[in-house]
Ligand binder design. Sequence first.
Ligand code: C2E
Ligand code: MG
Ligand code: MG
Ligand code: MG
Length: 279
Amino acid sequence: RAKAEGGGVHCAYEPQLHAEAEERRLLELALREALEKDELSVLYQPVVDADEGTIVGFEALVRWAHPQMGAVSPAKFIPVAEEARLIAPIGEWVLRTACHEAATWPDDVRVAVNVSAEQLAHPSFVTAVVSALAQSGLPAQRLELEVTESVFMRDDTGALAVLDQLQALGVHLSLDDFGTGYSSLGYLSRTRFDTIKIDRSFVIGASKNVQESKAIIRAVVTLAESLGMATTAEGVETQAELELVRTLGCHKVQGYYFGRPMAAADAAALFSAPLRVAG
Ligand code: C2E
Ligand code: MG
Ligand code: MG
Ligand code: MG
């Protein structure tokens, strides 16, 4: 409407814009104190070998519990942290916490940590990874870093150089939420990702028998295999979805069907009673 009238933003939108800006400002203020007030935590979600049914890793997922606001979703506060230049300290804390925890797991189990574009572009990111590995004693091969296609939108030469440095350390690299961004396939030929994570939206589509979703999963698996990369299907919630993505050739699976993101102690307990895929 505002556009149609040709006069910039219509007044009627102002109160809402104002409320959103105000909410963001409050979130940012609260987030500034979250680390020192010990309000952040990390949960771990199992990643399972699709054929063996064994746990091959866990994805570390940050959580924020604010005393008044309650649980704030990372989908909501990570963008605020990026804009407020808080992502470096928060991301570094998640990385150190996850490496420290993973060092106590069996030595064939990896921990995957999400890295946002803003974080990857931070000049001290590689140093932070080296230091987290050294301090925890976790071998680089057992750390996986998940980035999304958005890292290439910002500054692709910088991102490619940092990914090269990380790979030289021996760290595994995953391309998260594949197929939901705007990147060109060219990036797949320039960075040898170890794993492509197929976004949950395709898994849901395929389970609803949307032919296009199945075709996309099949094509991504073929593409990944020909590039020497593995695939993980994200957001598998049912046995039927598991069977479907397994039939389509996905190598690893992750989702509520195998386990919700859980506290470190519960993750560790799974090693004494290993998780098995039914059937
Ligand atoms: P993501 O990396 O794609 O993580 C997967 C998200 O899907 C997680 O949401 C997870 O809890 C959820 N999920 C897993 N299995 C299922 C399922 O079967 N069904 C459904 N409906 N959802 C499932 P979460 O933890 O809310 O995280 C959302 C996003 O926030 C993540 O997406 C990631 O992009 C970002 N994020 C989370 N932790 C961090 C972090 O430590 N650093 C950074 N930079 N980003 C993070
Ligand atoms: Mg992820
Ligand atoms: Mg993902
Ligand atoms: Mg996703």
